[in-house]
Design a protein around this ligand. Structure first.
Ligand SMILES: [Zn+2]
Length: 295
């Protein structure tokens, strides 16, 4: 296989491969010493060697896909912090560091998180501003050389649809849309998994799924629902390492590597095509997933 074929998300899925995605960004940076209150994107400039180090650790653990450190890097989200107005630079740099960590034969996925604004009439987010924001971020990630784009941790169906519109206006890369059902089997906006999946599949997405969320028990229910609604469209799942608990001065996630891997392996048995972890999942969690999948 040529490098390009080896790095095609769609070709790998069409060939029947199950792909392992990486684990968390933010919670691992905290463990690695990121100061509380800092946005992970600030580490792209303040600690680029640590950003590459985490990507490398996930690849060494068996990840086929690493996500860029750009979850908070839509221009709308960046306006709240010290990187305001630097969308292009932030996303280009994140893509570059992810490629350094992933090497030339693993996939780099450009991460696009929520704008952080509530949609009209609850807040100020309109279709026009959302589409423009996602287009600007997607364009920079595409230019930075990512292999696919992932709109993730989405709560509102409107924002998902607008994000897809914005991304597709700027890039023809494969696009994954992933929702966070953090109220259990619904998002905080009350959206159900079936309705979320049915809203984005007709838009021509490469995969649909869920990340973050609440407990693994909830994720089990959501995954079953998504698989039923997704039909032939590949399903992407990156759950948290269970529920976080405060132990002394630390936040500890209840699911260790074995427990997360057990759930991930079951999801693959059910038909999920891409598995990884979200908050609280470390390279050890990804290594356990790889082992559970017989890698
Ligand atoms: Zn998460």
């Amino acid at each position: 296989m040529t490098t390009t074929e080896a790095r095609s998300f769609n070709s790998l899925l069409a060939a029947g491969r199950v792909l392992i995605a990486d684990g968390a960004t933010g919670t691992n940076y905290q463990t690695m010493g990121m100061e509380p209150g800092l946005a992970p994107e600030e580490w792209l400039f303040e600690a680029p060697e640590r950003v590459v180090e985490l990507h490398r650790a996930f690849i060494a653990a068996g990840a086929d896909i690493v996500l860029t450190c750009t979850f908070g890097a839509t221009p709308l989200r960046l306006t709240e912090g010290p990187l305001a107005g630097r969308t292009r630079e932030v996303n280009l740099r994140a893509a570059e560091l992810a490629r350094q960590g992933a090497g030339s034969d693993r996939l780099v996925a450009g991460s696009l998180g929520p704008t952080g604004q509530l949609i009209e009439p609850y807040g100020l987010l309109s279709r026009e501003t959302a589409v423009a924001a996602y287009a600007e971020q997607a364009q920079a990630l595409h230019e930075g050389g990512v292999d696919l784009l992932v709109v993730e941790t989405i709560f509102a169906v409107e924002e998902a649809v607008w994000a897809v519109e914005g991304v597709q206006s700027a890039s023809d890369l494969p696009l994954v849309v992933s929702f966070s059902f953090d109220m259990g089997t619904r998002t905080m906006m009350g959206l159900r998994a079936t309705d979320a999946v049915e809203a984005v599949i007709p838009l021509g997405v490469a995969a649909v799924g869920t990340n973050c969320g609440r407990s693994l028990a909830d994720a089990d229910l959501v995954v079953t629902e998504i698989l039923a609604a997704a039909g032939d469209v590949p399903v992407w799942v990156k759950p948290n390492a269970g529920v976080p608990k405060i132990v002394g001065a630390e936040v500890v996630y209840e699911a260790g590597p074995e427990m997360l891997a057990e759930h991930a392996a079951r999801y693959v048995d059910q038909g999920v095509r891409i598995v990884g972890g979200c908050c609280g999942s470390t390279p050890a969690h990804v290594a356990a997933i790889a082992a559970a999948l017989g890698r």
